[in-house]
Design a protein around this ligand. Structure first.
Ligand SMILES: *[C@@H]1O[C@H](CO)[C@@H](O)[C@H](O)[C@H]1NC(C)=O
Ligand SMILES: *[C@@H]1O[C@H](CO)[C@@H](O)[C@H](O)[C@H]1NC(C)=O
Ligand SMILES: *[C@@H]1O[C@H](CO)[C@@H](O)[C@H](O)[C@H]1NC(C)=O
Ligand SMILES: *[C@@H]1O[C@H](CO)[C@@H](O)[C@H](O)[C@H]1NC(C)=O
Ligand SMILES: *[C@@H]1O[C@H](CO)[C@@H](O)[C@H](O)[C@H]1NC(C)=O
Ligand SMILES: *[C@@H]1O[C@H](CO)[C@@H](O)[C@H](O)[C@H]1NC(C)=O
Ligand SMILES: *[C@@H]1O[C@H](CO)[C@@H](O)[C@H](O)[C@H]1NC(C)=O
Length: 481
């Protein structure tokens, strides 16, 4: 049913290295997120942007028969994850060996870069905030330190810079208290499945059997803070493994001209990307009239709908009103326009990571290194060198989207807050199998894997081999020269 487009990527660079990467891009299904006509002419928001609570009957409906043309209940503030109530326990002959989870952080304030220069609302963090302290050998000698943004000072420069949240006491970005609650429930639900239900989760004191990984962005540690309490309520402290930003595979940002080149192919203004922007120029003007963003802005407000999306959704997700112009309070963003911006945001994610013919390659260049690590964790389980049973990565939408992109998710969405992908390794007799869960249910891929429920390990490994360039580092390093 899928148009199979075989892409053989012969870039001059690859040719010059004498290496060729061959992979197959399987386009996603037609859904309300992938069909530009429906995105532009549709109504309503592509999900629930108002509440973190999903009724149980809808939570359970994120299965393969879930109707992707009706995404109105998708809980983007707190995406579904594995829970005891919906978890599909495999047949007894499959024995669970290893679990690795990657998730997006939970609900947060906006990023400073997505804030208008002057905001008409405030964010209050007077009862919460990020810890910043160093621990020495004797924990009794250290006390925790919480940062709180100082505003309203007499510093004459304060009034000259953004972010313009007058009187806000939050660091931007940071996980809000509601986001920390969501993270804690997420941890408790994971314990419900892998602890209570399956008896697989290591005990809290078996520290060599589980690991957490974070990025240098504080919001991932803040999410671990809540999650860790839910997973292991008896522990006061957790270790977050972290790689240096210069090569971190979890928050992929290693300089790589090749990746940037593919990105510019994808966001080419004379192609499909330019088309959706041109078709929405009036909406852009209405948005700019409220935000005060200049039409010639170069900070990324006009080359995609990402910033407006984040700007508006962060507010609505925390029950705050849509913004009005600070010059004329009668000119405000209307809900209908906000909904269209949410649909456009989902379309852009679907296009970038799944629809463009080079999106799979782009995903592989972006998250390939992380998959190499994942593969190594699996192999270590099979040959007995990996003592870890449970590994949890706290990451970003920019990490989860290419994970789903590489696996060629059939019904792409912008991964909402707390979006989770679980990789389970099973053994049946002498054979190993991989099951991938997204939003708590087996992931539907557009590849011949179909639903990724008990994929033979060899097939999974073969797919990664075909998809991730073997010479990943060489490709990026050579392209930077
Ligand atoms: C799967 O989703 C469909 C459509 O929402 C729903 O009718 C059905 O009950 C769900 N099945 C399970 C097992 O959750
Ligand atoms: C949204 O963008 C406007 C316009 O630049 C900015 O003033 C505001 O701070 C942003 N708000 C959020 C929540 O990002
Ligand atoms: C730090 O804590 C240890 C253990 O409680 C204690 O022995 C030591 O004296 C403390 N250091 C200082 C400088 O008080
Ligand atoms: C995909 O990448 C190849 C190799 O760089 C390039 O020739 C081709 O134009 C790209 N496709 C699109 C649609 O940009
Ligand atoms: C969109 O408009 C810009 C500016 O007018 C133009 O350069 C670009 O080619 C247009 N893109 C498409 C796909 O029509
Ligand atoms: C934006 O504001 C300008 C100046 O007030 C007005 O002329 C224009 O019609 C507005 N644009 C839209 C799309 O509302
Ligand atoms: C408000 O007016 C100032 C001065 O005319 C202008 O620079 C700014 O962009 C306007 N802001 C909005 C949100 O229209």
């Amino acid at each position: 049913m899928f148009d199979k487009i075989s892409i053989i990527l012969f870039s001059t660079l690859l040719a010059s290295l004498g290496k060729v990467n061959a992979l197959t891009h399987y386009p996603p299904s037609k859904t309300a997120n992938t069909d530009l006509e429906q995105v532009l002419k549709g109504t309503g928001a592509p999900g629930n942007y108002w509440s973190s609570t999903t009724p149980d009957e809808e939570y359970g409906s994120y299965n393969c028969t879930f109707d992707p043309t009706s995404l109105t209940m998708w809980p983007v503030l707190n995406m579904p994850h594995v829970r005891k109530t919906e978890y599909q326990v495999p047949d007894k002959e499959y024995e669970l060996q290893y679990v690795e989870v990657i998730q997006r952080h939970h609900k947060r304030t906006p990023y400073a870069s997505n804030t208008f220069f002057k905001e008409d609302i405030t964010w209050d963090c007077s009862r919460e905030g990020p810890y910043h302290h160093a621990k020495n050998e004797n924990p009794e000698n250290t006390s925790g330190v919480v940062w709180q943004r100082q505003t309203g000072s007499q510093n004459p420069f304060e009034a000259t810079v953004g972010p313009g949240f007058v009187g806000s006491t939050c660091e931007f970005p940071s996980i809000t208290s509601e986001g920390i609650d969501d993270a804690m429930i997420h941890g408790r639900d994971i314990r419900g499945v892998y602890g209570d239900l399956l008896g697989f989760l290591p005990k809290s004191h078996e520290k060599d059997k589980y690991a957490f990984r974070v990025t240098s962005n504080v919001i991932t540690s803040q999410t671990l803070g809540g999650f860790g309490k839910g997973l292991y309520p008896d522990l006061e402290e957790h270790t977050g493994l972290i790689q240096d930003d210069s090569y971190d595979s979890l928050k992929p940002g290693v300089p790589c001209d090749l990746r940037d080149t593919i990105n510019s192919q994808i966001t080419d203004l004379s192609g499909e990307w330019g088309k959706h922007l041109n078709l929405t120029s009036e909406l852009r003007e209405r948005f700019n009239n409220v935000s005060g963003i200049e039409p010639d802005d170069t900070a990324g407000w006009k080359t995609s709908w990402d910033h407006p999306y984040d700007n508006l959704s962060a507010k609505q997700c925390h029950g705050k009103p849509l913004p009005c112009s600070t010059n004329n309070t009668a000119i405000c963003i209307q809900q209908e326009d906000a909904n269209t911006i949410y649909r456009l945001g989902n379309y852009e994610y679907a296009y970038r990571w799944r629809m463009h013919e080079n999106s799979t390659y782009y995903s592989a260049i972006t998250m390939g290194a992380w998959f190499v690590e994942l593969q190594d964790h699996f192999k270590g389980k099979m040959d007995g060198t990996n003592p870890i049973k449970y590994f949890h990565n706290f990451a970003h939408d920019g990490s989860v989207a290419p994970v789903l992109g590489l696996l060629q998710h059939d019904e792409p969405v912008w991964p909402g807050m707390g979006s989770e992908v679980v990789f389970e390794l099973y053994r049946k007799a002498e054979e190993y199998f991989v099951r991938v869960l997204f939003s708590g249910q087996p992931l539907k891929s557009s590849t011949p894997f179909g639903v990724m429920d008990m994929v033979p390990w060899e097939d999974f490994e073969e797919y990664l081999k075909d998809t991730i360039p073997e010479d990943l580092t060489e490709l990026c390093i050579a392209s930077n020269e």
